[in-house]
Design a protein. Structure first.
Length: 574
């Protein structure tokens, strides 16, 4: 086996080799600006080049990720105003600093928006020219072979009795069969492969833009509301029906999907024993719903992670609890209150708490009507001796613990208050026969009488269940998912696919014997280019077998008929 060389100056060789390896990537070449001669236009062009460079895009992406951290750790005013108020009260010195920095509303702050917009512009400015350059490369042909193939990272050569035209035709057919883009250029075949690397690179950055747009669209037009519904109750998708509601800055009431639904039944079954005792086995809500004002009523079942989808809205099942039915009577036995009272769970065994408020249920000694309030604790599975917590989430031994009060509930003060909490500031507790706070445990069907003929409260035998639903509307989520998948596949293609070029030169030597040269070049040195070139050379060698050199021993040639890929002169091959 022998190597061939051609006469050329080192400068010409370097230029020739540079041309052969040009445009293996669509990354723009950096130009060194002459800073002393820069004017306004020059500085603007320099700034634009820096902004649209990949390193600045990556830096902005990093800053965007870091900027999102305060939005996860610090309460946000657009999500939970109550927690923001509690934070302000607990950190009187730090809260004004956070206000000036916009940390209570990170995603709509000036600095976060600036990073977001700059990243958007940087990605577009980086992608557009690279896309056009890549399209131009696809429309063109691989460059011709350099003068000295020996200078390429992977190189092999042999002599054959086949005609140069036959070798080139065989090489062209072989490379096309291996899915190379190949053509004959002069005395050599030029081929290129691995365009999916640049496709993946561009797809990754386009996917980032899609994700940014989807994220912004979702934040501006999103809506999310929660509603607690007792069995037999219903809900209509209007703002006034929600217990709490939050939305994006561009959301309007007209964006709500017109639908309504009723909770017919809630079914909860739990693991009775073992290490998973109390874990829900069945957790579902049977509902009937209709779309529009005159839509046909249909049945459906909502389970955890299996929401009801209506238009662009999804109705999730997020919580569950009990609503014992109680009846309050005045001193004359007249019913002044009778309803199911939803109580909020405190633990996994559905130990629940809440308040019962009766506006006009008690007439004092002066004949003045007073308001009644009851602090309620509900234990679905009560065990004697433990009045603090339930032992199981199902209704095995339900007990309702009540504390009775009278006075001013504060509901007429014009200040908002929770329906699940009892404001005892202006209330007086009823006393038992020992002068202690009146408190009793009631089983279904039992009654607690209030002292002084003030009336009574009965824990009815009916115990209803309630379910908490969350109605979410997140536009752009589908685009965000598609962008994420495209980014993953694009990144994988750009990392694992190598763009490379192969040249096969076949020319008659001084003695009339055809000399075959094969060389390969990739974006970066790796074992894949020499391995692939060796495989191609071995296949081509079978069609154009070698002949011994004039100064070679024929026995050695017969013992080693296959060509081997060797490092080129001055090049390292892994």
């Amino acid at each position: 086996m022998s190597k061939t060389t051609t006469d050329a100056t080192p400068a010409a060789d370097d230029q020739d080799l540079s041309a052969a390896g040009s445009q293996l990537s669509t990354a723009p070449t950096e130009e060194i600006s002459n800073f002393p001669s820069l004017g306004v236009i020059g500085w603007a062009r320099w700034f634009w080049r820096q902004l649209t460079s990949m390193r600045v895009a990556l830096l902005l992406l990093l800053l965007l990720s870091l900027g999102a951290i305060p939005g996860s750790l610090i309460p946000q005013s657009g999500i939970d105003e109550t927690k923001v108020a509690e934070f302000r009260k607990a950190h009187e010195t730090l809260a004004p600093v956070y206000d000036k920095l916009g940390l209570f509303n990170v995603y709509s702050s000036v600095w976060f928006s600036a990073i977001y917009i700059l990243l958007f512009v940087s990605l577009i400015g980086c992608i557009v020219p690279r896309t056009w350059q890549f399209v131009g490369q696809l429309r063109g042909r691989p460059p011709g072979a350099p003068r000295r193939l020996t200078r390429l990272p992977a190189y092999t050569t042999w002599r054959t009795e086949a005609e140069p035209e036959q070798v080139r035709e065989a090489a062209l057919a072989l490379l096309k069969k291996r899915r190379f883009r190949a053509h004959v250029s002069g005395d050599a075949v030029a081929a290129e492969k691995g365009y999916l690397r640049e496709v993946g690179n561009l797809a990754f950055h386009i996917a980032l833009i899609v994700m940014l747009i989807a994220f912004a669209w979702g934040q501006l037009f999103k809506s999310e509301g929660n509603k607690l519904i007792v069995e037999g109750g219903g809900f209509s998708n209007t703002l006034t029906q929600y217990d709490d509601f939050k939305s994006g800055s561009l959301f309007s009431q007209d964006d709500l999907d017109p639908f309504s639904f009723n909770l017919k039944n809630f079914v909860g079954r739990y693991e009775p024993s073992g290490p998973n005792r109390g874990t829900p086995r069945v957790y579902k809500a049977d509902v009937t719903y209709s779309v529009g004002a005159f839509g046909k009523e249909e049945k459906s079942t909502i389970e955890v992670n299996e929401p009801l989808e209506i238009g662009d809205s999804k109705v999730y099942l997020v919580s569950h609890g009990y609503a014992p039915v109680v009846t309050v009577r005045d001193g004359k036995g007249k019913v002044v209150y009778s309803d199911a009272v939803p109580l909020l769970p405190l633990d996994g065994n559905v130990t629940s708490t809440g308040a019962i408020k009766v506006m006009d249920g008690y007439r004092d000694a002066k004949g003045k009507w007073d308001q009644l309030g009851f602090q309620a604790f509900f234990l679905p599975s009560y065990v004697k001796g433990n009045e603090i917590a339930s032992q199981f989430p199902a209704l095995l031994n339900p007990v309702l613990n009540l504390e009775a009060y009278h006075g001013d509930l504060g509901v007429n003060a014009g200040l908002p208050q929770s329906v699940y909490q009892l404001n005892k500031k202006n209330l007086k507790g009823f006393k038992d026969s020992k002068g202690a706070q009146l408190r009793e445990n009631l089983k279904p069907g039992e009654t607690m009488k209030l002292p002084g003929g003030a009336g009574s409260i009965t824990f009815e035998k009916e115990i209803k269940e309630w379910a908490g639903f969350q109605t979410a509307r997140q536009p752009g989520s589908g685009w965000a998912l598609a962008g994420s998948l495209a980014a993953i596949f694009g990144l994988a293609a750009s990392l694992f696919i190598q763009r490379r070029r192969v040249w096969v030169r076949a020319a008659a030597g001084p003695d009339g014997v055809t000399v075959v040269e094969m060389a390969g070049l990739g974006r970066s040195e790796s074992a894949k280019v020499p391995e692939e070139l060796g495989d191609l050379a071995g296949t081509l060698y079978e069609q154009a077998p070698g002949v011994p050199d004039a100064d070679d021993d024929p026995a050695d040639s017969e013992a080693s008929p296959d060509p081997q890929v060797a490092p080129a002169e001055g090049a390292d091959t892994k």
